[in-house]
Design a protein around this ligand. Structure first.
Ligand code: CP
Length: 303
């Protein structure tokens, strides 16, 4: 039995195979209509979600399976004080696979230790979000035709942004990628990443999006993560640090790809949505196909 708790739980060749499978499902959805017939997905979301939960659920329905679960801690026995481990142990008697989101870093790891079925981390606090990374990778592959040899700008809340941390762990494994981290001082990429996986990487940090725009192949925008701040005044001061507008895109490459895991608040102006370089709604769509491919893999189903 395998879980997906961290993107590094998958080897590069496994990620490449998932990308291939997701692309095939995308092109031939009818061929997969019964692939997970009779299987049940439980979505255990202790924290709000639109895309991740609903794309997991749509993915399971489209593969012929069905879905149970809850969308907030308030409507589960967590509200009565039940531990995550007991919840997951219980649900693994009812479902074949679990997708779980939790505000506490490491909760999916603790849950997986007690689960009788595969557990997928659907986001844990400010730590990781591996299935968003799968959606991001499919977007980059579709747009650029490759996952290496790219200059990747990551902008916004690089401290609490779990999608940034997971994507970095994935992109660092492909050759010749360069990283530019654009953030205010308070939201810089965590030191443990700089001392760890980035130690021998080609990266630099800066505060100005405009300054680096012309060199980027990918611009990965992020929301300032209000829910992770201890102090509302700090959030208000930092929330509009970066707002991508058509004016700021004027110096960008014509084939830049703008990604954002969404939800967006104010960091990408709505008029940018009409720019052909805006890829964030394609990311939403690809996320469903990658989650289909992932659930098939973890459930040991080829087609
Ligand atoms: N990208 C993402 O995780 O979105 P949701 O919070 O809506 O699931």
């Amino acid at each position: 039995m395998r879980h997906l708790l961290d993107i590094t739980d998958l080897s590069v060749s496994e990620i490449d195979a998932l990308l291939k499978k997701a692309e095939d499902i995308y092109k031939n959805p009818s061929a997969y209509r019964e692939s997970l017939k009779g299987k049940k997905l439980a979505t255990l979301f202790f924290e709000p979600s639109t895309r991740t939960r609903l794309s997991f659920e749509a993915a399971m329905w489209e593969l012929g399976g069905c879905v149970l679960g809850f969308s907030s801690a308030d409507c589960s026995s967590a509200a009565k004080g039940e531990s995550v481990m007991d919840t997951v142990k219980t649900v693994s008697f009812y479902a074949d696979i679990i997708a779980m989101r939790h505000p506490k870093e490491g909760a999916p790891q603790a849950a997986a230790a007690k689960s009788g079925v595969p557990v997928i981390n659907a986001g844990d606090g400010g730590h990781n979000h591996p299935t968003q990374t799968l959606a991001d990778l499919m977007t980059v592959k579709q747009e650029k035709g490759r996952l290496g040899g790219l200059t990747i700008g990551m902008c916004g809340d690089l401290k609490f942004g779990r999608t940034v941390h997971s994507l970095l762990h994935a992109m660092i494994r492909y050759p010749d990628n360069k990283f530019v981290f654009i953030s205010p001082e308070e939201l810089k990429i965590p030191e443990y990443l700089k001392q760890g996986i980035l130690k021998n990487a080609d990266f630099r940090e800066c505060k100005s999006m405009t300054e680096v725009m012309p060199e980027l192949d990918i611009l990965y925008m992020t929301r300032v993560q209000r829910e992770r701040f201890f102090n509302e005044a700090d959030y208000i001061r930092l929330k509009d640090s970066y707002v991508l507008t058509p004016e700021k895109l004027q110096t960008a490459k014509s084939d830049l790809s703008v990604l954002h895991p969404l939800p967006r608040v104010n960091e990408i102006s709505r008029v940018v949505d009409d720019d052909p370089r805006a890829c964030y709604f394609k990311q939403v769509e690809y996320g469903k196909y990658m989650r289909m491919a992932l659930m098939m893999k973890l459930l040991g189903v080829e087609k």
